[in-house]
Unconditional design. Structure first.
Length: 258
């Protein structure tokens, strides 16, 4: 890329060419990553395992992957027959959960002491529908998680520098969030700008996740055309990055990931 010596605060660029968050990499047996602008990213394998994807619909449905999915091709979640949804959660070792993004925010969840991982696709609609909070609520209901169990990573997404939104978006947030004006602000050119990372950080903290267990990577997918596809920049005709998370035995995780 343009600057092979570039430093990414809070993140690492692996030799295989994907980003990880240093705050989440401390847990042996748990893997996560965010691809860059690479062809056929949707065909990636993690330690020889094909990830589970959903048919993403910019909503807030969460799919729990149970033990029947350990083969990574459960009924309804195969590559050619994916169920609709925008978040995944599982307690099954060996299952890799993944989403596709190209400006929307990928949110990765680890609960190391409980053996649970999750991932969410949070565009403005998913964020306004509280998809991250709803994943936490499902984790509490299904896996007896409490917010303090969670370590959360926020991957590359379009930044407020490049994300103008209409007044209807601000009004939709104002209906449900008293702090909406903290992350939908007026730019110098008079346009409204949405900060997806700040909005989701606020929701996660309000849900009880400790602030020091939330790790963002501040890379704008629109600005950084050297690293990322951007649906807005490319008019929706470009590629997609993939974000993933899973639990893999340490002996396997130490091998080549992709």
């Amino acid at each position: 890329m343009k600057n092979p010596q570039e430093i990414f605060p809070g993140a690492e660029l692996s030799p295989a060419g994907f980003f990880t968050l240093t705050g989440l990499s401390r847990f042996p047996g748990f893997v996560h990553g965010f691809t860059r602008k690479v062809p056929d990213a949707g065909k990636l394998q993690v330690a020889g395992r094909k990830p589970v994807f959903l048919h993403q619909v910019h909503g807030h449905r969460i799919v729990a992957v149970e033990k029947s999915a350990a083969g990574l091709s459960p009924e309804g979640i195969t590559e050619d027959k994916r169920v609709p949804g925008d978040a995944l959660i599982t307690d099954v070792p060996g299952v890799i959960l993944a989403i596709r993004v190209a400006d929307c925010l990928p949110v990765v969840f680890l609960a190391p002491e409980k053996g649970v991982v999750g991932i969410a696709h949070a565009g403005w609609r998913g964020t306004q529908a509280r998809i991250a909070e709803k994943l936490i609520a499902l984790g509490r209901e299904r896996y007896r998680l409490v917010p303090e169990d969670l370590w959360v990573g926020l991957g590359p997404a379009i930044g407020p520098c490049c994300y103008p939104v209409g007044p209807e978006v601000r009004e939709a947030f104002r209906v449900d969030f008293s702090d909406a004006d903290d992350y939908i602000t007026l730019a110098l050119d008079g346009s409204l700008r949405l900060d997806l990372i700040q909005a989701n950080q606020s929701q996660l903290r309000a849900a009880g996740v400790p602030a020091d267990q939330i790790f963002p990577i501040s890379l704008c997918t629109f600005c950084r055309d050297d690293h990322f596809y951007s649906a807005r920049r490319e008019g929706g005709k470009g590629g997609r990055q993939v974000a993933w998370v899973g639990m893999i035995p340490v002996s396997v995780a130490e091998k080549k990931i992709l």
